[in-house]
Design a protein around this ligand. Structure first.
Ligand code: PBG
Length: 323
């Protein structure tokens, strides 16, 4: 035999030398759940190791993560029920929980990148990402709310706004609103191919943001489709997105690869709550080695073509690197 692929697997030094994909802390964005109140640090039951923080403890968490070498964070607010309404009015209240958190982070850690979520669901009494009228999700009316929300976040100091709602035309609208108000430098990380997924459950528990009626299938994509992701990618690119995101990540590695092969923009992938919960649940049962599974999953997402990975594992991975 002339060709023996096993030669390149003989020793760890050789294996490391020919390794094609390596993870770096620069690849990661850590999502953070922000709640009202003070001195709060409440674990999300379905996401062992992940907490919901009030602003003060969230700042401590950011400090700890910065010490570990993480530089990018994606906060999500959990809004108290009485502040929710049909039009997600609280989402553009400059004194609200979320803009206050953004200001505090940028004041204390000007060096970190804050990627902020633009979507109505945490603020909506209907639990949807758009305005609901007679059971229908209104597209163009929702854009107005998203524009105001993105502007409020930019004014508070967000580096990059990330629309996760899947309304048509939202990237163009947000870009226009930001530019008209002098925020040319604020980037847009678009949730380009966001699928209607069963894996969002733990996130919706964490934020108490599940839809009150119906599902999200009229705006989030059908998971059976991949060519449709190219249509979304084309539109987001034309509308001015600075990053294209695929979400979820693990059951969608082919879609990550598809966008990577068809775009020169940075590709982000969101390793979501349910993907995290599965690993933790199996590891807690002693059924898999959670740490090894974490590294393998993150590597697979990068191997598929993601430049940026949003993952609840980011802090644990940073700790693992320090070992
Ligand atoms: C909605 C949104 C969702 C997530 C982020 N933003 C879920 C949903 O569509 O209900 C999920 C993230 C995760 O599961 O980790 N705007």
């Amino acid at each position: 035999m002339i060709r023996r692929p096993r030669r390149n697997r003989q020793t760890e030094a050789i294996r490391n030398m020919v390794q094609e994909t390596s993870l770096s802390l620069n690849d990661f964005i850590l999502p953070l759940f922000i709640i009202d109140g003070q001195n709060q640090r409440v674990e999300v039951k379905s996401m062992p190791g992940i907490n919901r923080f009030s602003i003060d403890t969230a700042l401590e968490e950011v400090a700890a993560c910065v010490d570990l070498g993480l530089t990018a964070f994606a906060p999500f607010p959990s809004i108290p029920e009485p502040l929710k309404d049909k039009y997600a009015t609280e989402s553009h209240n400059p004194e609200g929980l979320f803009p206050s958190f953004i200001r505090e982070v940028k004041k204390n850690f000007p060096q970190v990148a804050l990627i902020t979520d633009v979507a109505m669901d945490p603020y909506s009494s209907d639990g949807h990402d758009g305005i609901v009228e007679n059971g229908e999700i209104l597209n163009d009316e929702t854009l107005e709310v998203l524009g105001k929300m993105a502007l409020t976040q930019a004014q508070a100091g967000a580096d990059i706004v990330a629309p996760s709602d899947m309304m048509d035309g939202r990237v163009a609208h947000i870009r226009q609103v930001l530019d008209e108000n002098g925020f040319q430098k604020v980037g847009i990380m678009s949730y380009t191919a966001k699928y209607a997924s069963a894996f969002y459950g733990p996130f919706r528990d964490a934020l108490n943001s599940a839809p009150k009626s119906g599902d999200k299938k009229t705006y989030q994509m059908n998971y059976a489709n991949s060519r449709e992701a190219l249509i979304e990618a084309e539109l987001d690119t034309a509308e001015g997105a600075d990053y294209l995101m695929v979400k979820p990540a693990l059951a969608y590695l082919d879609v990550i690869k598809l966008l990577r092969d068809n775009s020169n923009l940075p590709i982000a992938a969101y390793n979501i709550s349910g993907e995290y919960a599965m690993v933790k649940a199996a590891a807690q049962n002693g059924w898999i080695d959670g740490e090894k599974a974490m590294v393998e999953i993150l590597t697979s997402i990068k191997r598929a073509g993601a430049d940026v990975i949003l993952t609840y594992f980011a802090k644990e991975f940073a700790q693992y690197l320090k070992k």
